[in-house]
Design a protein around this ligand. Structure first.
Ligand code: HEM
Length: 394
Protein backbone atom coordinates (compact mmCIF):
# COMPACT_ATOMS: atom_id res chain seq x y z
CA UNK A 1 0.00 0.00 0.00
CA UNK A 2 1.29 3.44 -0.90
CA UNK A 3 1.98 5.75 2.01
CA UNK A 4 3.08 9.12 0.66
CA UNK A 5 3.34 12.42 2.48
CA UNK A 6 5.38 15.16 0.79
CA UNK A 7 6.51 16.45 4.20
CA UNK A 8 7.72 13.11 5.54
CA UNK A 9 11.45 12.95 6.39
CA UNK A 10 11.90 10.02 3.96
CA UNK A 11 10.60 12.07 1.03
CA UNK A 12 12.53 15.18 2.05
CA UNK A 13 15.76 13.21 2.45
CA UNK A 14 16.18 13.13 -1.31
CA UNK A 15 15.57 9.45 -1.97
CA UNK A 16 12.30 10.21 -3.72
CA UNK A 17 12.28 7.97 -6.74
CA UNK A 18 11.21 4.66 -5.14
CA UNK A 19 8.10 6.26 -3.65
CA UNK A 20 7.35 8.14 -6.87
CA UNK A 21 7.52 4.86 -8.81
CA UNK A 22 5.14 3.29 -6.34
CA UNK A 23 2.72 6.19 -6.74
CA UNK A 24 2.81 5.90 -10.54
CA UNK A 25 2.30 2.15 -10.52
CA UNK A 26 -0.15 1.69 -7.67
CA UNK A 27 -1.92 4.98 -7.04
CA UNK A 28 -1.66 7.34 -10.02
CA UNK A 29 -4.40 9.51 -8.48
CA UNK A 30 -3.45 9.48 -4.80
CA UNK A 31 -5.47 11.32 -2.16
CA UNK A 32 -3.67 13.20 0.61
CA UNK A 33 -6.45 13.28 3.15
CA UNK A 34 -4.60 15.51 5.58
CA UNK A 35 -4.33 18.26 2.97
CA UNK A 36 -7.51 17.54 0.98
CA UNK A 37 -5.41 17.25 -2.15
CA UNK A 38 -4.70 14.82 -4.99
CA UNK A 39 -1.32 13.76 -6.25
CA UNK A 40 -0.66 13.14 -9.95
CA UNK A 41 2.59 11.36 -10.67
CA UNK A 42 2.40 10.00 -14.23
CA UNK A 43 3.84 11.97 -17.13
CA UNK A 44 0.64 12.15 -19.21
CA UNK A 45 -1.52 13.15 -16.28
CA UNK A 46 0.80 16.00 -15.24
CA UNK A 47 1.06 17.14 -18.85
CA UNK A 48 -2.72 17.11 -19.34
CA UNK A 49 -3.45 18.72 -15.98
CA UNK A 50 -1.01 21.53 -16.84
CA UNK A 51 -2.98 22.16 -20.03
CA UNK A 52 -6.39 22.04 -18.32
CA UNK A 53 -6.73 25.69 -17.38
CA UNK A 54 -10.55 25.51 -17.36
CA UNK A 55 -10.72 23.14 -14.41
CA UNK A 56 -7.41 23.50 -12.59
CA UNK A 57 -6.51 27.00 -11.47
CA UNK A 58 -3.50 28.82 -10.02
CA UNK A 59 -5.28 31.72 -8.34
CA UNK A 60 -5.16 30.07 -4.89
CA UNK A 61 -1.39 29.75 -5.26
CA UNK A 62 0.82 26.96 -6.55
CA UNK A 63 3.27 26.16 -3.74
CA UNK A 64 2.68 23.56 -1.07
CA UNK A 65 2.80 26.35 1.54
CA UNK A 66 -0.09 28.05 -0.26
CA UNK A 67 -2.30 25.19 -1.39
CA UNK A 68 -1.66 22.39 1.13
CA UNK A 69 -0.65 24.22 4.31
CA UNK A 70 -2.23 27.59 3.55
CA UNK A 71 0.53 29.41 5.45
CA UNK A 72 1.92 31.47 2.58
CA UNK A 73 -0.22 34.42 1.44
CA UNK A 74 -1.16 34.49 -2.24
CA UNK A 75 -0.39 37.76 -3.98
CA UNK A 76 -1.13 37.95 -7.69
CA UNK A 77 2.05 37.17 -9.59
CA UNK A 78 2.24 35.82 -13.11
CA UNK A 79 2.45 32.24 -11.85
CA UNK A 80 -0.54 32.61 -9.50
CA UNK A 81 -2.88 34.22 -12.00
CA UNK A 82 -5.48 32.68 -14.27
CA UNK A 83 -6.79 33.95 -17.60
CA UNK A 84 -7.75 36.54 -18.65
CA UNK A 85 -5.46 38.59 -16.32
CA UNK A 86 -2.64 36.06 -16.65
CA UNK A 87 -2.75 36.48 -20.43
CA UNK A 88 -2.28 40.27 -20.14
CA UNK A 89 0.80 39.86 -17.94
CA UNK A 90 2.24 37.01 -19.97
CA UNK A 91 1.90 38.98 -23.22
CA UNK A 92 3.70 41.91 -21.58
CA UNK A 93 6.52 39.70 -20.33
CA UNK A 94 6.99 37.58 -23.45
CA UNK A 95 9.26 39.97 -25.35
CA UNK A 96 11.85 40.03 -22.57
CA UNK A 97 12.24 36.26 -22.56
CA UNK A 98 12.38 35.49 -26.28
CA UNK A 99 15.55 33.61 -27.29
CA UNK A 100 16.60 36.52 -29.54
CA UNK A 101 16.43 38.99 -26.66
CA UNK A 102 18.16 36.63 -24.23
CA UNK A 103 20.97 36.12 -26.73
CA UNK A 104 21.72 39.85 -26.55
CA UNK A 105 22.67 39.42 -22.90
CA UNK A 106 25.09 36.57 -23.68
CA UNK A 107 28.24 38.72 -23.61
CA UNK A 108 27.28 40.21 -20.24
CA UNK A 109 26.48 36.81 -18.72
CA UNK A 110 29.80 35.51 -20.07
CA UNK A 111 31.63 38.36 -18.39
CA UNK A 112 30.09 37.50 -15.01
CA UNK A 113 30.93 33.81 -15.49
CA UNK A 114 34.54 34.60 -16.43
CA UNK A 115 34.99 36.86 -13.41
CA UNK A 116 33.54 34.39 -10.90
CA UNK A 117 35.25 31.38 -12.40
CA UNK A 118 38.62 33.12 -12.23
CA UNK A 119 38.09 33.41 -8.46
CA UNK A 120 37.26 29.68 -8.17
CA UNK A 121 39.51 27.73 -10.47
CA UNK A 122 42.86 28.18 -8.72
CA UNK A 123 41.50 27.20 -5.34
CA UNK A 124 41.85 23.66 -4.02
CA UNK A 125 38.11 23.52 -3.67
CA UNK A 126 35.09 25.77 -4.22
CA UNK A 127 31.36 25.55 -3.71
CA UNK A 128 29.67 25.42 -7.07
CA UNK A 129 26.46 26.81 -5.60
CA UNK A 130 27.56 29.68 -3.33
CA UNK A 131 30.80 30.66 -5.08
CA UNK A 132 29.61 30.29 -8.63
CA UNK A 133 26.15 29.35 -9.92
CA UNK A 134 23.86 31.21 -7.54
CA UNK A 135 25.74 34.48 -8.01
CA UNK A 136 25.51 34.03 -11.76
CA UNK A 137 21.76 33.47 -11.75
CA UNK A 138 20.96 36.42 -9.47
CA UNK A 139 23.17 38.78 -11.48
CA UNK A 140 21.64 37.54 -14.72
CA UNK A 141 18.10 38.17 -13.46
CA UNK A 142 19.14 41.68 -12.39
CA UNK A 143 20.61 42.35 -15.84
CA UNK A 144 17.58 40.96 -17.66
CA UNK A 145 14.97 42.69 -15.57
CA UNK A 146 16.65 46.05 -14.98
CA UNK A 147 17.25 45.64 -11.23
CA UNK A 148 20.27 47.46 -9.70
CA UNK A 149 23.31 45.20 -10.00
CA UNK A 150 24.75 46.54 -6.77
CA UNK A 151 21.81 44.93 -4.94
CA UNK A 152 22.51 41.44 -6.31
CA UNK A 153 24.07 40.14 -3.06
CA UNK A 154 21.25 41.45 -0.93
CA UNK A 155 18.66 39.89 -3.28
CA UNK A 156 20.55 36.61 -3.31
CA UNK A 157 20.40 36.54 0.46
CA UNK A 158 16.62 37.20 0.47
CA UNK A 159 16.02 34.41 -2.07
CA UNK A 160 17.94 31.87 0.04
CA UNK A 161 16.08 32.92 3.17
CA UNK A 162 12.78 32.55 1.31
CA UNK A 163 13.62 28.94 0.53
CA UNK A 164 15.06 28.18 3.97
CA UNK A 165 13.46 25.36 5.91
CA UNK A 166 13.61 24.30 9.57
CA UNK A 167 13.57 20.79 10.91
CA UNK A 168 10.12 20.11 12.34
CA UNK A 169 8.45 23.06 10.58
CA UNK A 170 6.40 22.12 7.53
CA UNK A 171 6.55 24.60 4.69
CA UNK A 172 8.01 28.07 5.02
CA UNK A 173 9.82 29.33 8.10
CA UNK A 174 9.01 32.63 9.78
CA UNK A 175 12.28 33.98 8.48
CA UNK A 176 11.31 32.86 4.94
CA UNK A 177 8.00 34.69 5.21
CA UNK A 178 9.83 37.76 6.53
CA UNK A 179 12.25 37.58 3.59
CA UNK A 180 9.27 37.43 1.24
CA UNK A 181 7.84 40.59 2.80
CA UNK A 182 11.22 42.33 2.69
CA UNK A 183 11.53 41.48 -0.97
CA UNK A 184 8.04 42.80 -1.72
CA UNK A 185 8.91 46.06 0.09
CA UNK A 186 12.23 46.31 -1.80
CA UNK A 187 10.56 45.87 -5.18
CA UNK A 188 7.60 48.11 -4.25
CA UNK A 189 10.09 50.89 -3.44
CA UNK A 190 12.10 50.22 -6.58
CA UNK A 191 8.89 50.52 -8.62
CA UNK A 192 7.94 53.81 -6.94
CA UNK A 193 11.41 55.18 -7.65
CA UNK A 194 11.24 54.11 -11.27
CA UNK A 195 7.76 55.60 -11.67
CA UNK A 196 9.06 58.96 -10.50
CA UNK A 197 12.19 58.79 -12.70
CA UNK A 198 12.79 58.95 -16.45
CA UNK A 199 11.41 56.18 -18.71
CA UNK A 200 13.74 53.28 -19.50
CA UNK A 201 13.36 50.49 -22.01
CA UNK A 202 13.21 47.58 -19.58
CA UNK A 203 10.93 45.16 -17.85
CA UNK A 204 10.15 47.45 -14.88
CA UNK A 205 8.87 50.09 -17.31
CA UNK A 206 6.88 47.43 -19.13
CA UNK A 207 5.01 46.76 -15.87
CA UNK A 208 4.47 50.48 -15.24
CA UNK A 209 2.71 50.78 -18.60
CA UNK A 210 0.93 47.42 -18.61
CA UNK A 211 -2.88 47.13 -18.70
CA UNK A 212 -4.20 44.17 -16.74
CA UNK A 213 -7.95 43.72 -17.06
CA UNK A 214 -8.21 47.29 -18.32
CA UNK A 215 -6.29 48.99 -15.49
CA UNK A 216 -2.71 49.80 -14.53
CA UNK A 217 -0.98 47.97 -11.67
CA UNK A 218 -0.11 49.55 -8.31
CA UNK A 219 3.50 49.74 -7.08
CA UNK A 220 2.72 46.94 -4.66
CA UNK A 221 1.35 44.68 -7.39
CA UNK A 222 4.32 45.33 -9.65
CA UNK A 223 6.58 44.64 -6.66
CA UNK A 224 5.00 41.18 -6.33
CA UNK A 225 5.59 40.38 -9.98
CA UNK A 226 9.20 41.51 -9.76
CA UNK A 227 9.72 39.40 -6.61
CA UNK A 228 8.44 36.37 -8.48
CA UNK A 229 10.89 36.96 -11.31
CA UNK A 230 13.71 37.29 -8.80
CA UNK A 231 12.76 34.12 -6.93
CA UNK A 232 11.80 32.02 -9.96
CA UNK A 233 14.79 33.18 -11.92
CA UNK A 234 17.54 32.81 -9.38
CA UNK A 235 16.96 29.73 -7.27
CA UNK A 236 16.37 26.90 -9.72
CA UNK A 237 19.28 27.36 -12.08
CA UNK A 238 22.07 26.86 -9.49
CA UNK A 239 20.46 23.69 -8.23
CA UNK A 240 20.22 22.26 -11.71
CA UNK A 241 23.76 23.31 -12.50
CA UNK A 242 25.15 21.59 -9.40
CA UNK A 243 23.43 18.40 -10.56
CA UNK A 244 24.79 18.93 -14.08
CA UNK A 245 28.33 19.06 -12.63
CA UNK A 246 27.63 16.01 -10.50
CA UNK A 247 26.09 13.83 -13.21
CA UNK A 248 28.85 14.55 -15.71
CA UNK A 249 31.44 13.77 -13.03
CA UNK A 250 29.67 10.47 -12.36
CA UNK A 251 29.75 9.66 -16.09
CA UNK A 252 33.29 10.62 -17.12
CA UNK A 253 32.90 9.17 -20.61
CA UNK A 254 29.88 11.42 -21.24
CA UNK A 255 31.75 14.34 -19.72
CA UNK A 256 34.69 13.75 -22.06
CA UNK A 257 32.30 13.77 -25.02
CA UNK A 258 30.88 17.12 -23.89
CA UNK A 259 34.37 18.53 -23.39
CA UNK A 260 35.29 17.48 -26.92
CA UNK A 261 32.05 18.69 -28.50
CA UNK A 262 30.22 21.57 -26.83
CA UNK A 263 27.24 21.14 -29.15
CA UNK A 264 26.26 18.19 -26.91
CA UNK A 265 25.78 20.47 -23.91
CA UNK A 266 22.21 21.72 -24.55
CA UNK A 267 20.80 18.20 -24.69
CA UNK A 268 23.01 17.08 -21.79
CA UNK A 269 21.52 19.88 -19.68
CA UNK A 270 17.94 18.98 -20.63
CA UNK A 271 18.73 15.38 -19.66
CA UNK A 272 19.96 16.66 -16.29
CA UNK A 273 16.72 18.60 -15.86
CA UNK A 274 14.74 15.47 -16.67
CA UNK A 275 16.82 13.32 -14.36
CA UNK A 276 17.12 15.75 -11.45
CA UNK A 277 14.22 18.18 -11.62
CA UNK A 278 14.57 20.24 -8.39
CA UNK A 279 10.95 21.37 -7.98
CA UNK A 280 9.22 18.36 -6.45
CA UNK A 281 5.74 19.59 -7.19
CA UNK A 282 3.57 22.60 -7.84
CA UNK A 283 -0.15 22.72 -7.17
CA UNK A 284 -3.42 23.68 -8.74
CA UNK A 285 -6.88 24.09 -7.20
CA UNK A 286 -9.89 22.34 -8.71
CA UNK A 287 -12.54 24.73 -10.12
CA UNK A 288 -14.92 22.15 -11.66
CA UNK A 289 -15.05 18.39 -11.07
CA UNK A 290 -12.47 16.47 -13.11
CA UNK A 291 -11.74 12.77 -13.23
CA UNK A 292 -8.37 10.99 -13.19
CA UNK A 293 -8.09 7.21 -12.96
CA UNK A 294 -11.71 6.85 -11.88
CA UNK A 295 -11.40 9.37 -9.03
CA UNK A 296 -13.32 12.63 -9.07
CA UNK A 297 -11.41 15.72 -7.98
CA UNK A 298 -13.91 18.07 -6.37
CA UNK A 299 -13.94 21.89 -6.52
CA UNK A 300 -11.75 23.42 -3.83
CA UNK A 301 -9.42 20.43 -3.57
CA UNK A 302 -5.72 20.78 -4.30
CA UNK A 303 -3.83 18.90 -7.00
CA UNK A 304 -0.07 18.27 -6.76
CA UNK A 305 1.81 17.84 -10.02
CA UNK A 306 4.89 15.78 -9.15
CA UNK A 307 7.20 16.76 -12.00
CA UNK A 308 10.28 14.66 -11.10
CA UNK A 309 8.07 11.58 -11.04
CA UNK A 310 6.66 12.34 -14.50
CA UNK A 311 10.20 12.89 -15.75
CA UNK A 312 11.11 9.34 -14.68
CA UNK A 313 7.88 7.72 -15.91
CA UNK A 314 8.70 4.54 -17.80
CA UNK A 315 5.48 5.07 -19.81
CA UNK A 316 7.18 8.10 -21.39
CA UNK A 317 10.93 7.38 -21.24
CA UNK A 318 12.83 4.19 -21.97
CA UNK A 319 15.13 3.26 -19.08
CA UNK A 320 14.19 6.47 -17.25
CA UNK A 321 16.68 5.89 -14.43
CA UNK A 322 19.61 5.94 -16.84
CA UNK A 323 21.37 9.28 -17.36
CA UNK A 324 22.12 9.59 -21.06
CA UNK A 325 23.17 12.85 -22.69
CA UNK A 326 22.24 11.40 -26.10
CA UNK A 327 18.66 10.60 -25.12
CA UNK A 328 16.04 12.08 -27.41
CA UNK A 329 13.72 14.17 -25.24
CA UNK A 330 10.87 15.46 -27.36
CA UNK A 331 9.01 16.57 -24.24
CA UNK A 332 9.66 16.79 -20.51
CA UNK A 333 8.10 18.48 -17.49
CA UNK A 334 11.00 20.41 -16.02
CA UNK A 335 9.68 23.76 -17.22
CA UNK A 336 6.02 22.87 -16.69
CA UNK A 337 3.63 23.01 -19.64
CA UNK A 338 0.72 25.05 -21.00
CA UNK A 339 0.06 28.71 -20.29
CA UNK A 340 2.45 28.77 -17.31
CA UNK A 341 5.33 27.17 -19.22
CA UNK A 342 8.52 28.59 -17.74
CA UNK A 343 9.28 31.98 -19.23
CA UNK A 344 12.91 31.76 -18.19
CA UNK A 345 13.81 28.47 -19.82
CA UNK A 346 16.05 30.08 -22.44
CA UNK A 347 17.80 32.03 -19.69
CA UNK A 348 18.53 28.84 -17.75
CA UNK A 349 19.71 27.07 -20.91
CA UNK A 350 22.04 29.93 -21.79
CA UNK A 351 23.50 30.04 -18.26
CA UNK A 352 24.01 26.26 -18.24
CA UNK A 353 25.73 26.17 -21.62
CA UNK A 354 28.07 29.07 -20.88
CA UNK A 355 28.91 27.84 -17.37
CA UNK A 356 29.61 24.28 -18.48
CA UNK A 357 31.67 25.39 -21.48
CA UNK A 358 33.79 27.37 -19.05
CA UNK A 359 34.14 24.51 -16.57
CA UNK A 360 34.98 21.87 -19.16
CA UNK A 361 37.27 24.24 -21.05
CA UNK A 362 39.38 24.95 -17.97
CA UNK A 363 39.03 21.96 -15.65
CA UNK A 364 37.62 19.00 -17.60
CA UNK A 365 38.64 16.46 -14.91
CA UNK A 366 37.06 18.20 -11.93
CA UNK A 367 35.79 16.13 -8.99
CA UNK A 368 32.66 16.69 -6.95
CA UNK A 369 32.35 15.68 -3.31
CA UNK A 370 28.72 14.57 -3.07
CA UNK A 371 29.25 13.21 0.46
CA UNK A 372 30.23 16.63 1.78
CA UNK A 373 27.55 18.48 -0.16
CA UNK A 374 24.60 19.81 1.83
CA UNK A 375 21.26 18.49 0.69
CA UNK A 376 18.39 20.93 0.66
CA UNK A 377 15.71 18.97 2.53
CA UNK A 378 12.33 20.40 1.66
CA UNK A 379 9.02 19.16 0.35
CA UNK A 380 9.10 21.79 -2.40
CA UNK A 381 12.56 22.03 -3.89
CA UNK A 382 15.33 19.48 -3.55
CA UNK A 383 18.93 19.51 -4.64
CA UNK A 384 22.24 20.66 -3.27
CA UNK A 385 22.48 23.68 -1.01
CA UNK A 386 26.25 23.43 -1.42
CA UNK A 387 28.47 21.11 -3.44
CA UNK A 388 32.28 21.12 -3.09
CA UNK A 389 34.17 20.90 -6.38
CA UNK A 390 37.89 20.24 -6.78
CA UNK A 391 39.48 21.49 -9.98
CA UNK A 392 41.84 18.45 -9.94
CA UNK A 393 44.37 19.99 -12.25
CA UNK A 394 46.79 17.17 -11.76
C1 HEM B 1 16.43 25.44 -14.52
C2 HEM B 1 15.83 26.50 -14.14
C3 HEM B 1 14.32 26.62 -14.06
C4 HEM B 1 13.37 25.67 -13.80
C5 HEM B 1 13.57 24.18 -13.52
C6 HEM B 1 12.08 26.35 -13.85
C7 HEM B 1 10.85 25.73 -13.67
C8 HEM B 1 9.63 26.32 -13.89
C9 HEM B 1 8.34 25.64 -13.86
C10 HEM B 1 8.14 24.18 -13.58
C11 HEM B 1 7.38 26.56 -14.13
C12 HEM B 1 5.89 26.28 -14.25
C13 HEM B 1 5.12 26.73 -13.05
C14 HEM B 1 3.68 26.25 -13.07
O1 HEM B 1 3.21 25.66 -14.04
O2 HEM B 1 2.98 26.46 -12.05
C15 HEM B 1 8.04 27.82 -14.29
C16 HEM B 1 7.39 29.01 -14.54
C17 HEM B 1 8.03 30.22 -14.59
N1 HEM B 1 9.39 30.44 -14.60
FE1 HEM B 1 10.84 29.06 -14.45
N2 HEM B 1 12.28 27.67 -14.10
C18 HEM B 1 13.64 27.88 -14.25
C19 HEM B 1 14.26 29.06 -14.54
C20 HEM B 1 13.64 30.26 -14.66
C21 HEM B 1 14.30 31.52 -14.90
C22 HEM B 1 15.81 31.69 -15.09
C23 HEM B 1 13.32 32.48 -14.91
C24 HEM B 1 13.43 33.97 -15.12
C25 HEM B 1 14.49 34.65 -15.35
C26 HEM B 1 12.05 31.82 -14.72
C27 HEM B 1 10.82 32.45 -14.70
C28 HEM B 1 9.61 31.80 -14.67
C29 HEM B 1 8.32 32.48 -14.73
C30 HEM B 1 8.10 33.99 -14.83
C31 HEM B 1 7.34 31.49 -14.67
C32 HEM B 1 5.82 31.70 -14.63
C33 HEM B 1 5.24 31.74 -16.01
C34 HEM B 1 3.73 31.88 -15.96
O3 HEM B 1 3.10 31.61 -14.94
O4 HEM B 1 3.16 32.25 -17.01
N3 HEM B 1 12.27 30.47 -14.56
N4 HEM B 1 9.40 27.67 -14.16
Amino acid sequence: MVDYDPFSPEVMSGNVHPIYKQLRDEAPAYFLEKYNAWVLSRFDDIWNASLDTDNLLCGEGTTSAQVLLKVQPVTPMVNTMDPPDHTDVRVGLRKWFLPGYIRKTEAMVQEVIDRLFAQCKDRDEFDVMGDFASQISVTTVCMLCGFPLEDADKLNDLVWRFFGREEGVDGMTEDGLAAMTEMAVYFGELTAKRRAGPAQDDLVDMFLNLDVGGRKLSDEEIGSHLSMLMIGGSETFPRTFAQFMRRLAEHPEQRAECAADASLLPNAYVETLRYDMPTQFLCRTVAHPVEYHGKTFEPGQGVCLVYPSGNRDEREFENPDVFDIHREIPRHLSFGQGIHLCLGQHVAKLEARLCMEKVLGEMPDYEVDVERGDWFRTDFVQGFASLPVRPNQG
